[in-house]
Write a protein that binds this ligand. Structure first.
Ligand SMILES: C[S@@+](CC[C@H](N)C(=O)[O-])C[C@H]1O[C@@H](n2cnc3c(N)ncnc32)[C@H](O)[C@@H]1O
Length: 279
């Protein structure tokens, strides 16, 4: 067991990581439009060497490998075994040669000093016990003048796609709120905190701007409700709830989701920070 980031390591190497891999299509659909702006912020371009931080099952790593082309390269790093195995499988299956993956914790990973032109992440940087240690370590891998570009979530209450169903569930289930700032998906909700972490890690020329995209939570209301009921962080609490609770929650979520149904599926507003800085 690692001596850092242990709860998150256990989470992403346990049922949560397995759930992500088993529902790869669902998560990719949700975040399909969210990687591009961060790639631009990181300066991803043909011929460069990039690192995908917390690369998960490799969707953005594959996209970047395609973009940088044969004269460039990509390294995807993630500490989740199920995620990285899936990423390796996909790269081999697609016959992509300028892409490799390592299963490791980015807070202590032995980045080759100054080897990368760009560090990129799509929602993969909010999970560290010691964010300054993690970002200082990543910066080691960046050449002088290279850039980091990433996207992370703003506050939970601004992210209706997630907080809407969670609020409904909380009326029926005991859901203790996570302590503010603790590692997790909303740990980078405060702009000042991101700025402070990046400055203390040695980054300069920091830009943090609001980015409001939609999250496509399903191709239709039925699937969107089913996804919420099985994939939301509170879904496991349903197994010990009193009989009928799941039905009440799912009926309320269905009503809320119906308001967001479009020809492209159920698309709900989200709120992110688009961050870029120089190493
Ligand atoms: C929300 S997922 C995003 C995955 C991927 N970037 C995507 O957009 O599909 C967060 C990822 O960060 C990884 N992660 C969290 N903490 C990490 C750490 N300390 N070192 C390496 N990977 C980490 C998790 O294993 C997970 O795959």
């Amino acid at each position: 067991m690692p001596d850092q980031n242990t709860p998150q390591f256990e989470n992403w190497n346990g049922p949560h990581g397995e759930k992500w891999v088993a529902n790869r299509d669902v998560f990719d659909r949700q975040l399909a439009s969210h990687g591009g702006p961060a790639m631009e912020a990181a300066g991803i371009a043909p011929g460069i060497h990039a690192i995908d931080i917390g690369c998960g099952f490799g969707t953005t790593s594959l996209e970047i490998a395609n973009h940088v082309g044969a004269n460039g390269s990509v390294l995807g790093v993630d500490f989740s075994k199920p995620m990285i195995n899936e990423a390796k499988f996909r790269a081999t299956e697609a016959g992509i040669e300028n892409l490799r993956f390592d299963q490791a914790d980015v807070q202590s990973y032995d980045f080759k000093p100054g080897s990368a032109d760009a560090l990129f992440s799509r929602y993969g940087v909010m999970f560290y016990d010691d964010p300054v240690m993690a970002f200082s370590n990543m910066r080691e891998g960046l050449r002088q003048g290279g850039r980091i570009g990433f996207i992370c979530w703003r506050r939970g209450d601004e992210n209706v796609w997630m907080s809407g169903p969670t609020k409904i569930a909380a009326r029926h289930l005991e859901l203790p709120p996570p302590p503010a700032g603790s590692p997790g998906m909303f740990a980078f909700a405060q702009k000042d905190r991101i700025d402070k972490i990046l400055s203390q890690s040695g980054f300069k020329d920091i830009s943090i701007t609001e980015l409001d995209l939609t999250v496509n939570v399903g191709p239709n209301v039925d699937t969107a409700v089913q996804n919420a009921m099985t994939l939301a962080p509170w879904a496991q609490a349903l197994s010990s709830a009193t009989p009928g609770t799941g039905e009440k929650i799912s009926a309320e979520i269905r009503r809320a989701m119906s308001e967001h149904e479009t020809a492209d599926g159920v698309t709900i507003p989200s709120a992110s920070w688009l961050v870029s800085a120089q190493g």
